[in-house]
Ligand binder design. Sequence first.
Ligand code: ZN
Ligand code: ZN
Length: 361
Amino acid sequence: MSISKNNHALYTRHEFKEFGGEFSATTYQIPKLKKGEVLIKVNFCGVCHSDVHIHEGYYGLGGEKKLSLLERGIKPPVTLGHEVVGTVVDVGNEEDSNLIDKQFLVYPWIGCGKCVDCLNDKENLCVTPASIGIFKPGGYAENLIIPSSRYLIDIEGLDAAHASMLACSGLTTYSAINKIMPVSNGDSVVVIGCGGLGQLAIRILSSMGVENIKAVDISEDKRELAALSGASETFDSADSEAVEKILFASDNRCAAVLDFVGNDQTVSLGLNVLKKGGELVIVGLHGGELKYPIPVIITKAISITGSYTGSLGELNELVTFAKKVDFFNIPVEMRNLDEAERSIFDLAQGNVKGRIILENN
Ligand SMILES: [Zn+2]
Ligand SMILES: [Zn+2]
């Protein structure tokens, strides 16, 4: 098959032209691919809760405080969609032509590709991000150009629609877990917040052989689900004695806390249950401020780490892991690509059970 056969063909992106504004289906022309670039036809694109925030133009930081996305360099028009599975239809490099017609998961957290972080597989931490579906056009579109074939991950053997979610919720969870592994025998891991990511964390931890998983949530339903997912014990975060109960149940051996909520109360609970040398990994973006006695951090030798998405290497590891262990059984609702706007609206209203995945037929 010859390369660059798609030059000047037309395709549609479902984009918004101002934050909070309507989506419009806009036609673009496929440019001549630059060296190394890869053109894919989008097959599936997950609708992530962060897409709702990007559309709104800010992340809430607790109370009235907001983190403006315009100030962070995200400029409309924006084509959302960072959970993309697609088929390669064209390549800029002759040596990539063996990829044509094959289906891949796209690593979306792309950086500049040149700085020391990018060269050390920390592209998700690059100071000049080019993330797909945020800083660059994403998968709410018929086609997508990827800067290099190295961002394509083979998902053969996996359900392709499901695999799209590995790029964001899966990777975010896996990268947080990666920061606390290995867990010594007898030590406990505390998972705070048992929504989608928390449940996923419990399933991944337990399939990695971690036995003492303490799950914390305010909702009884979610605590029950956590127990089904593999938590050894569950605790109500609203219980004023939650810290004491967790310390007792873990025999004062909480080596790590994964906080998928990330507000004042959960961070403080996390710090208060950690054993000496323990690590608190904060993933949730609910916001707030950290007030904690500094000498205790030192004398207990505690680490506090933020975790944001994950690296290309970690996504490759996660996909390999997913091919061996079926931990990713999340209910999904398939919708057509042109229902992107309605999907964002429904998600913002809380009218969605499980995950929406857009399908480009
Ligand atoms: Zn996401
Ligand atoms: Zn970089």
